[in-house]
Ligand binder design. Structure first.
Ligand code: SF4
Ligand code: SF4
Length: 356
């Protein structure tokens, strides 16, 4: 049986020990001198108020409990786009994690080395490059953010470890696995070789609407803890009133026999903290309406500054900067929405368009 602890909390009164008590406390997962990776969501270079990245106050609270258990925490992730020291520095700074690291002397990962690992239980991938910052950890505590995702509908615990795939390999996998189900399967493959001991979800300031990079922050005051990412994501869906198998990665988890037989909720049940009116991305309207949605495509707005980030990440060379603005060739586009995810100006909308 899986256990999911659910508490209400804010960044100023976060009680990680109470959350973890029903799971056996931090001492069950972290031993003296363990090097503990705090695997944050560091999608892009956005401030904590945008709800794109795991909040620094959340990371602070978890790191404190890790240290109390005798562990040595360090922070790491591979953002979307290039996995370079320069980009990491920018993302740590903007997300507030650089200040936290300085204040609490928590190391930030700048090692961009990768290692190729076999995936013996892989359904879609038999081998993949994986970031060394994750491979070298004695223990991993994943700190996902509660966010919507225009391609996979939600990004929660099952998706957080996609960040151990280095930078642009992530975009390559979008081209290799353009369907929602095959992409979800690939993410589950990664989870079979890089397995966090514990997941603690930051749903205090969540994101609704057009996530994961440019949705709307929403105060939810939710914190969840579990050793089982599927159980955690099912719990979030129940809180939000979403049918769990509507989320591609959860459907594939069900098909692959990863579904928990029963979930125990020792503190609060999802119904106790139900959140009404949560807005999914417009690509997922059908999860609430039951109607088939029109196909959405990226549309560049006049907010575009021609920075070229979308062009760099596009796995199909379908978006190019032409003069002062990016332009999409829809006949090439596979609607992975990586461009939408990384655009620093929130200049890319997802709309129904006529193909060019
Ligand atoms: S659409 Fe966004 S990411 Fe692409 S060039 Fe314009 S501002 Fe940059
Ligand atoms: S244009 Fe955007 S949505 Fe289309 S393939 Fe490129 S990154 Fe993906």
């Amino acid at each position: 049986m899986a256990t999911v602890s659910i508490v209400k909390g804010t960044y100023s009164d976060l009680d990680i020990e109470t959350l973890l008590a029903p799971l056996g406390g931090m001492g069950r997962f972290v031993k003296k001198n363990d090097n503990v990776l705090l695997k944050v969501n560091l999608l892009s270079t956005k401030g904590p108020e945008k709800a794109v990245t795991t909040h620094p106050d959340f990371v602070r609270a978890v790191a404190k409990v890790v240290r109390k258990a005798g562990g040595n925490p360090y922070i790491g992730d591979s953002p979307a786009g290039r996995f370079s020291k320069r980009y990491l520095k920018k993302a740590y700074t903007r997300s507030g994690l650089a200040d936290l690291a300085k204040e609490k002397e928590i190391p930030l990962n700048f090692n961009t080395a990768i290692k190729k690992l076999d995936i013996p239980e892989g359904k879609r991938l038999q081998r993949s490059p994986i970031c060394q910052y994750a491979v070298k950890a004695d223990k991993i505590i994943a700190l996902p953010k509660l966010k919507t995702h225009s391609f996979q509908y939600m990004t929660l615990a099952c998706k957080i470890m996609y960040g151990v795939v280095p930078g642009l390999t992530k975009a390559k996998y979008h081209a290799q696995f353009p369907k929602k189900a095959s992409f979800a399967d690939m993410m589950l493959d990664i989870l079979t070789i890089v397995k966090p001991q514990l997941y603690i979800l930051d749903g205090i300031l969540g994101m609704q609407g057009q996530g994961p990079g440019s949705g709307d922050p929403v105060k939810m005051d939710l914190v969840l803890g579990s050793t089982d990412p599927v159980a955690m994501d099912i719990a979030v869906c129940k809180i939000l009133g979403i049918e769990p198998v509507g989320i591609p990665v959860l459907k594939r988890a069900k098909v692959r026999g990863l579904w928990p037989e029963k979930i125990d909720y020792p503190i609060q049940r999802p119904a106790d903290v139900a959140y009404k009116g949560f807005r999914l991305p417009n690509t997922a309207d059908h999860l609430l309406t039951g109607k088939r949605p029109p196909r959405k495509s990226p549309v560049i707005s006049d907010k575009c500054t021609a920075c070229g980030d979308c062009e760099s990440i596009c796995p199909k060379n379908a978006v190019k900067v032409q003069g002062r603005m990016a332009e999409v060739t829809y006949s090439r586009c596979i609607r992975c929405f990586c461009c939408h995810e990384v655009c620093p100006e929130n200049a890319i909308m997802l709309r129904s368009v006529e193909l060019n």
